[in-house]
Design a binder for this molecule. Structure first.
Ligand SMILES: [Zn+2]
Length: 372
């Protein structure tokens, strides 16, 4: 019998997976699934916030595997709470050594995906336990068969899940090994029946779950995860900038489109604010003008209209300085303001004021002729 020992960081995780390991054990007799709590003091490399699954660390875990009394062909799976990387990738769900390697049958599963909100807060602990069990099963299949993860997302246990949301596809399908690739390879191995018995046994428990809850995961987390993907890709590029120079362009374009998106939203908010404040100011101006003109003689109004509709736009459209216009036409913009008209009215009476307005209008046109 081959031992599959999963080391977990605390009682909570142990409680999550124990029942599923029992189901896996009852489904077959080749593998003996066990779980045990491990202290980070036992394996100091688990204390850091990031674990790079490189040769040095594989050696450390291999020595620990021996201390635990496990044989080479037994599988040691460590559930780790930090960020898991290899020389090539980061933000990994799990990483392990292939059977041909110097230190075979070692796997690390990162629980970071729970922090990434793929599962946290959205679904039951039961679904979390099945998510971890999918990764344990991935480790088993990858250790004992030639099957490797594939780039295509098919909701298969062996999906690579480059996009973190792809893992939701795996959960939606539930313990599936794809017909396109994995089933055929598995059939040629001595573990075909054993692995199918385990997946079938776990599926029976899994279909009791509320699948609506699983479907809800994807839209709620898609945005957060696409941001996470950009972070992930930056990490890759910084590890090997020359190799990833092509994807740098791609990622910059992606960021640029996100900035553009944010700008569009900002512009829309600005437009709305301008319309609101513009309307308030216009209403205020109308109220002020109405109040100011209420007790004024008619000529004041004519003078104002003349200035506002004719002289002022004329200077603006032709980009003439008000001072130049005054020199050429003898009419200054806003000369006929309310106060001066009132003054003239007080001094010379209503009629003169009207004459003055008409006189000014004439002078203005005469001056314009002279200018052209
Ligand atoms: Zn597959």
């Amino acid at each position: 019998m081959i031992n599959i020992l999963t080391l977990v960081p605390d009682q909570k995780i142990l409680d999550l997976i124990e029942n599923l390991l029992t189901i896996a054990n009852k489904s077959q007799k080749t593998f003996n699934f066990k779980a045990k709590i491990i202290s980070n003091e036992d394996i100091p490399i688990l204390k850091s916030s990031e674990l790079i699954f490189n040769l040095d660390n594989k050696k450390t875990l291999h020595i620990y595997k021996k201390q635990l009394g496990l044989k080479d062909e037994d599988l040691l799976i460590i559930i780790y709470q930090g960020l898991l990387s290899t020389e090539e990738w980061t933000n990994l769900f799990c990483a392990g050594s292939i059977p041909e390697e110097e230190y075979p049958n070692l796997y690390v599963i990162s629980l970071k995906f729970i922090d990434w909100d793929i599962l946290k807060g959205l679904v039951t602990p039961t679904l979390q336990s099945h998510a971890i069990m999918h990764l344990i099963l991935y480790s088993v299949v990858a250790s004992f068969t030639p099957l490797k993860s594939h780039d295509e997302t098919r909701g298969c246990i062996m999906d690579f899940c480059e996009e973190l949301t792809d893992f939701n596809e795996v959960l939606i399908e539930g313990y599936k090994l794809c017909r396109e690739e994995c089933q055929d390879v598995l059939k040629e191995t001595p573990y075909n029946e054993v692995i199918n018995n385990i997946t079938n046994g776990l599926k029976k428990d899994y279909i009791l779950l509320d699948h609506e809850a699983i479907d809800k995961i994807q839209p709620k987390t898609a945005k957060r995860l696409s941001d996470n993907k950009i972070f992930n890709r930056f990490e890759e590029i910084s590890r090997d900038p020359l190799k990833n120079i092509g994807s740098l362009d791609e990622i910059l374009n992606e960021l640029q489109s996100k900035v553009e998106e944010a700008r569009k939203v900002n512009k829309r908010i600005n437009d709305i604010l301008i319309i609101i404040f513009g309307t308030i100011m216009l209403i205020g101006l109308i109220i002020i003008l109405f109040g100011a003109l209420k007790n004024q003689p008619l000529e004041t109004l004519i003078g104002c209209v003349f200035e506002v509709l004719l002289i002022w736009p004329y200077t603006k459209l032709n980009k003439i300085k008000q001072e130049n216009l005054r020199l050429k036409t003898g009419v200054s913009v806003f000369r006929l303001n309310l106060k001066s008209c009132e003054f003239e009215e007080n001094k010379k009476g209503k009629k003169i004021c009207i004459k003055k307005v008409v006189n000014d209008i004439n002078k203005f046109f005469v001056g314009l002729k002279a200018m052209s």
